[in-house]
Structures are given as structure tokens and as C-alpha cells.
Design a protein around this ligand. Structure first.
Ligand code: PLP
Ligand code: COI
Length: 337
């Protein structure tokens, strides 16, 4: 264990760990990868990623479990989604089994950066892939780098799982209809920054986006999927082709069903927001963060919670319990390093 890290107060901030693992793609194939202690890279200023945006990333977590072992949550799902993102941006796929091995290798090498059991922290796993070929004409890069780095993290939002306020983004979309909203393209996050700035100016932690074609339905937050609990106890989450397929949301839907909660994935009208009992954001970084109020133009929808609501609490406890080995891993989601 690294002694001089304040494990209880990590937040979601970059700090270097021991190593990252890097793979290079050239001549139509990926190399075998190298672990390195450096956080610097040398690439041409003309590299595709800087100008034409061939850049995608992933996010996963490893946990220190109750039995002291380190386990990774569903890394193969990150590998599959990385490939969906890659293929949409004409980037090369990376074999999923090789990806899982690479994640294991880098987590193992950084095992003493995994926050201790009981602190609520995790080792965040951040793979990033980008085009490195120097080019001035628009086109797909010939060479790529895939780097998997790890960062010890705590809660994404200050205050842990206390409710946060959200603001519906009315001036800007994060994605276009039939665009890149469903993949983890770096550019989606650049596009969401202006809405996130507006949200913060209204005192909200996060922006909530509507479907870009009609601005009628709830898409997702800038960093997470949207979910709600109806007054009759159903789990409802958005269906849209411009949102990311969240691994956390997929897991929560499974756990909700296990707990006997009906699950509905469907289009959700913005006008339904006031009817929900509980609302939350879910994702690897935010885990399951309850939403206290939603600002929608002049309207404020208040769910009247100062703590996480009862149904979300059940899901949160189940999810985090599985991740740290306090509750049974019925679906085989944990990979030992
Ligand atoms: N939606 C967006 C836009 C995200 O950035 C993320 C984070 O990865 C998610 C949803 C949640 O996905 P996951 O649960 O796989 O982390
Ligand atoms: C994640 O939850 O892993 C994300 O990628 C969200 C965010 C920090 C961009």
C-alpha cells in the first residue's frame, strides 16, 4: 500500500501511479505492449488525433475486496465497447482477450495504488486510443496508440452519494442524430463542456441532455446514463441511439431485476420528469449518484431528497456490495488479477 496517499479524500483527480501499458498499431497489427513508468508521449504535432479527432477512451474500475484480493469489474465489456467506438471512427479493433490481459497486467503492476477495502475508493482504469499518423488531409490514421493508465479515485462528486442538482441543456447538444453519441469518442466530451459550464453557472453539478433530433426525450448526462424510479417502483432508463451503452446501467438493470424491480428501457419524455419518485445518474465514475433537483428553463423539479432515496439505496448497496465482494457475484462480473 502506498503510504502517503489520503485514501479517504481521493476525489476524482489525476495522479500518476507506477505504470501504464502501451500498445502501438502499425502495418496492420498491434504490438505486444510495454509497461512504462513515464506519463509522457512523443507524437508528431501533425498526428491525426489532434486535428481530426480519432480519439476514443474507456473507463473501468478495480476494487480491493473484503478478502484483500483485487478484482476488476467487467473489463471484457470495456474491451467490447472500445471496439464499437473504434470501428465507428475507422480505428483498428483491439482483441478483447488481449485487452483484458492488458488491464490485468497494469492493475497488477499498480496493485498498491488500489484504495483499501472500506474507503469507498477504486482504481480507475482509463484506456485511451488515438491516431498518431502525421497527416494534413482528412482521413483515417495509419498508426495508433492504445494506452491503459490507472488512477486511484474516490467519489466523482463532492459529498459522495449525496443528491446533486442537474440542468437540462437547452442551448446545446452533446451529440447529433446518427452521430457519435453512442460511442466513447473524446470529441463528445469536448462538445459537452459548454453545457456543463452553463449547468455550473446555475449551481448544478451536471448537464442533462435531450435527444438531439426533437429535444423531447431524455438522453443522458454528460458523464453518465439517466435512470429513474417511478412512484410504483419501476426502474426506468432512456432508450436512444445517441447515448452511451453504460456498463453500470446494464449491471444495475440486472440487479434491479434480481431484486424483483420491474425494469423498463424506453423513450422518456422530459415532461415525465416531475412524475418520478427518484432520479439518478449512473456510470463507472459517478457510480449511482442521486439527483435532487432538475432545472429545466424556468421550471425546477424537486425530488425532495437530502440523502439517496430508498429504491436507489437498495441498488447502490447491491452494486457496491458486489464490487467489493460483500455480496455474491451472481453474474460473474469480477475478474481476479
Ligand atoms: N454516458 C456517458 C456519456 C459516459 O461518459 C459514461 C461513462 O463512461 C456513461 C454513460 C456510463 O458508462 P459506464 O457505466 O460504462 O461507465
Ligand atoms: C466513466 O465513468 O468512466 C467516464 O468515462 C465518465 C467521465 C469521467 C468522462
Amino acid at each position: 500500500m502506498i503510504m502517503d496517499i489520503d485514501w479517504e479524500n481521493l476525489g476524482f483527480k489525476f495522479m500518476p501511479a507506477r505504470s501504464n501499458i502501451r500498445f502501438h498499431y502499425a502495418d496492420g497489427k498491434w504490438d505486444d505492449g510495454t509497461l512504462t513508468g513515464s506519463y509522457d508521449i512523443t507524437v508528431s504535432v501533425a498526428a491525426n488525433a489532434f486535428h481530426y479527432g480519432q480519439a476514443i477512451f474507456e473507463g473501468g474500475k478495480a476494487f480491493r475486496c473484503k478478502d484483500g484480493k483485487v478484482r476488476i469489474f467487467r473489463p471484457e465489456e470495456n474491451g467490447r465497447r472500445l471496439n464499437r467506438s473504434a470501428s465507428h471512427l475507422l480505428m483498428p479493433e483491439f482483441p478483447v482477450d488481449k485487452f483484458v490481459e492488458a488491464v490485468k497486467t497494469v492493475v497488477r503492476d499498480n496493485a498498491d495504488f488500489v484504495p483499501p477495502y472500506g474507503t469507498g475508493g477504486a482504481l480507475y482504469i482509463r484506456p485511451v486510443m488515438f491516431g498518431t499518423t502525421p497527416q494534413i488531409g482528412v482521413g483515417a490514421s495509419l498508426e495508433y496508440e492504445l494506452i491503459i493508465m490507472v488512477v486511484p479515485v474516490g467519489a466523482y462528486y463532492k459529498g459522495g452519494i449525496k443528491p446533486v442538482d442537474a440542468m437540462i441543456s437547452r442551448d446545446y447538444d452533446r451529440a447529433a442524430p446518427h452521430g457519435t453519441g453512442h460511442i466513447k469518442a473524446a470529441g463528445n466530451y469536448a462538445a459537452s463542456l459548454i453545457s456543463s459550464k452553463q449547468a455550473k453557472e446555475r449551481g448544478c453539478a451536471v448537464a442533462l441532455f435531450l435527444d438531439p433530433a426533437t429535444h423531447t426525450f431524455i438522453d443522458e448526462f454528460g458523464t453518465s446514463n439517466f435512470l429513474a424510479i417511478t412512484k410504483d417502483g419501476k426502474y426506468v432508463t432512456s432508450e436512444s441511439d445517441s447515448i452511451l451503452a453504460s456498463i453500470t446501467n446494464n449491471s444495475l438493470m440486472t440487479l434491479a431485476a434480481d431484486l424483483g424491480m420491474p425494469v423498463e428501457r424506453r423513450k422518456i419524455r422530459a415532461s415525465e420528469l416531475a412524475d418520478f419518485a427518484e432520479v439518478a445518474a449512473c456510470g463507472t465514475a459517478v457510480v449511482l449518484t442521486p439527483v435532487g433537483r432538475i432545472f429545466n428553463g424556468d421550471e425546477v423539479i424537486d425530488y425532495h431528497f437530502t440523502e439517496i432515496g430508498p429504491q436507489l439505496k437498495k441498488l447502490y448497496d447491491e452494486m457496491t456490495g458486489v464490487q467489493v465482494g460483500e455480496r455474491p457475484d451472481r453474474h460473474g462480473w469480477l475478474t481476479e488479477i
